[in-house]
Design a protein around this ligand. Structure first.
Ligand code: ADP
Length: 662
């Protein structure tokens, strides 16, 4: 099937031709046959890199009105926004929390790219642009099964479809066990395919050889005689070295940030082939390979990384990059992460050592993917990674137009483990997507939102609204009555809802504000308690630390790890500054959790007092990326606290002053 034969205006056909898209890939042709250009609902469950974006564009361009593209990750949203905005005559907008278009502008856009949280928030706040949508594309719809954001996605989609029954829904999924259930829910045609533009073979290394699923075996002998070397790391190094020597790039996945950095450090010893600035600086003996000629200019990448921020982590990253090696994890600043991803895509880095989060994120294809660790530490023990996650890592192997094939290799300790990994990850399909809506915290949030936004005025109406969810479509007898009843009762107890004698329920002004501010009910309750406490405190005791402690001790702030070594210091800090805190440390239910919040609050207070990223990173053993994510959340939560303070008529200028300094 040719693009020129589709019902698209000639300027679009030319636009796609200029990007090398003239003939449809098989899953794209199947989506067209399923009606994606005629307003039909379609679920496409296809592998990474099989051209899902083009399917989305077909739906958006042929729809009879504005479109919405729901994207789970902000890093991806920006990429998609740029891609849609480049379509001739298309005016795109974005709403993700950063780089946002003004809310009022979104109403006039042809396509809006937004996270599901932003769409949910827009619906709660009655945003006009939501009413006119003709088409909604949901990327990574398998995240319906994720705690927190899964329920948000299903309730949001259910609400959109209730309000606009004719809206076209196109959902794009990774290959999961039950895409038909998602299609059933959305009354959609299912397109299911395992076709990939580049062949992928998956194998397992054990006892000096990789055995692949295509029946081939490759000898990869590894010298692990050095007792100090860990065998799986040496195997990984050899697999990476082989791929790079062969003209490819590699991604190596390990279980933790620390392991990612340690592996990168180890790989710098490999002297991987890198082209340098001609001065003979790093580069080792790497024989002339295709990539070398294409310009793996590692020294320049190192320089760019240094320019993007001078933290100690950044310096170590730059040092590794000078050898063509990078590490990537959530502790890196977002600038550093983006630079690493881009440099890798431009083939200016030979290898990235990453935690699993990279696999779910941006587009970074490689010749070879090595999954060294298949387990992760959960705080109480080691746990196997979900099959879907490992498949997503493996799916990164094979760069279209560059690699003859992609290779993914799992590292096993011995033949027994190979057999176990083979069953678990090579022959097994990914898990089924299961709704997490029944989670009481999720139901509290969405019950409050449905009532506060005017979609439901009784428990029966809440249940009606939830009847359209994925959960209800998957469960023969959904019987949410009991849990929704509990949610309503607890929200009434918390003062967020009121219940009338006639069975009617309504949001209180505080409840409505909590919903509009997009904080969870528990966060709202905690902030209200803090504000009540502030009313009783001496004015001079209400400081920016007070503001930070109030918002950090909520479920909407990310936890900050508190090591044994710093516990005493934080405890001492909390005692010394107790007059400024809204919590009586002898009366808290979760003392350890609260102490962690005090640590976060202290970090933020020092930040607004002028401490540098480097100082905070060194003093509190957090990554620059951790600081960034906490600052961003603090901005949002302080804004919510200000709105609640106004609602309660509590004066707390520290909220605004702290926010202004973030
Ligand atoms: P994903 O399925 O992971 O979202 P993308 O939509 O990003 O994949 O597509 C992967 C790559 O394939 C992109 O570079 C895109 O331009 C290219 N591509 C998509 N469809 C076609 C096609 N029909 N012909 C040639 N290249 C295509």
């Amino acid at each position: 099937m040719r693009v020129a034969d589709l019902p698209l205006a000639p300027e679009y056909v030319d636009h796609f031709a200029a990007r090398g898209i003239e003939e449809l890939y098989p899953p794209q042709a199947a989506a067209v046959e399923a009606g994606v250009c005629e307003g039909g609902n379609v679920v496409a469950a296809v592998p990474t890199a099989s051209g899902k974006t083009f399917v989305a564009e077909l739906a958006l361009l042929t729809a009879d009105g504005p479109g919405l593209y729901v994207c789970p990750l902000r890093a991806l949203a920006r990429e998609k926004f740029e891609e849609f905005d480049a379509l001739p005559g298309v005016d795109a907008g974005i709403s993700t929390g950063d780089y946002d278009s003004a809310a009022s502008e979104l109403a006039g856009k042809d396509v809006v790219v937004a996270t599901s949280e932003k769409v949910d928030s827009a619906i709660r706040n009655g945003a006009e642009w939501v009413d006119d949508l003709a088409c909604v594309v949901v990327d990574e719809v398998h995240l319906l099964g994720a705690e927190g954001r899964g329920p948000t996605l299903e309730v949001t989609l259910a609400t959109l479809r209730r309000e606009a029954p004719d809206v076209q829904v196109v959902a794009l999924s990774a290959t999961v066990a039950n895409p038909a259930d998602i299609a059933d829910w959305l009354d959609a045609e299912l397109v299911e395919s395992t076709w990939r533009p580049v062949d992928l073979r998956v194998g397992i290394h054990a006892e000096d050889a990789v055995r692949f699923d295509d029946g081939t075996e490759q000898s990869v002998p590894v010298d692990t005689a050095d007792p100090a070397a860990s065998a799986d790391t040496e195997v990984t190094a050899e697999l990476v070295r082989g791929a790079v020597a062969d003209g490819g790039q590699a991604l190596a996945f390990v279980r933790s940030r620390r392991e990612a950095e340690a592996l990168a450090d180890r790989l710098t010893d490999e002297r991987l082939p890198t082209v340098v600035d001609g001065t003979g600086r790093p580069g080792g003996d790497g024989a002339g390979t295709a990539d070398r000629d294409a310009g793996l200019d590692a020294a320049a990448v190192a320089e760019e990384l240094r320019e993007a921020g001078g933290t100690e982590t950044g310096e170590r990253l730059a040092e590794a990059a000078a050898w063509g090696v990078a590490f990537h994890h959530a502790g890196l600043s977002s600038d550093h992460r983006a630079l690493v991803e881009r440099a890798f895509r431009e083939r200016r880095l030979a290898v990235i050592c990453a935690t699993p989060t990279l696999a779910a994120g941006v587009n970074v294809p490689a010749r070879r993917v090595v999954v060294r660790d298949q387990q992760r530490y959960t705080g109480s023990g080691h746990e196997w990674l979900p099959v879907l996650e490992v498949h997503q890592m493996c799916g990164r192997a094979g760069r279209p137009h560059l690699d003859p094939y992609g290779e993914a290799v799992l590292v096993a300790a011995d033949a027994d483990e190979r057999a176990e990994l083979w069953d678990r990850y090579v022959t097994a399909g990914a898990e089924a997507v299961e709704s997490k809506l029944r989670d009481p915290a999720a139901l509290r949030t969405h019950t409050l939102a449905l009532v506060a936004s005017g979609f439901a005025a009784s428990q029966a109406e809440v249940l009606d609204a939830l009847a359209e969810t994925f959960y209800a479509s998957r469960t023969p007898n959904p019987d949410l009555g009991g849990v929704v009843g509990d949610a309503v009762a607890s929200l009434v107890d918390d003062g967020l809802l009121t219940a009338g004698d006639d069975g009617g329920i309504a949001a209180t002004p505080v409840g409505a504000q909590v919903s509009r501010q997009y904080v969870t009910p528990d966060t709202g309750v905690r902030i209200v308690e803090a504000l009540r406490r502030v009313e009783a405190m001496a004015a001079e005791d209400v400081t920016e630390l007070t503001a930070f402690e109030a918002i950090c001790d909520t479920p909407d702030m990310v936890d900050t790890y508190l090591g044994n070594a710093e516990r005493a210091a934080i405890y001492q800090f909390a005692r010394t500054r107790s007059a400024e805190l809204t919590t009586d440390m002898t009366a808290t239910d979760d003392f350890e959790g609260w102490l962690e919040s005090v640590k976060t609050a202290r970090i933020l207070a020092e930040w607004v007092e002028g401490a540098s990223v480097e100082e905070l990173v060194a003093s509190y053993r957090i990554g620059p990326g951790d600081l960034e994510s906490r600052i961003e959340r603090a901005e949002w939560l302080l804004g919510a606290a200000e709105a609640l303070a106004e609602e309660l008529d509590v004066s707390m200028p520290a909220l605004a002053s702290a926010r202004a300094k973030l």
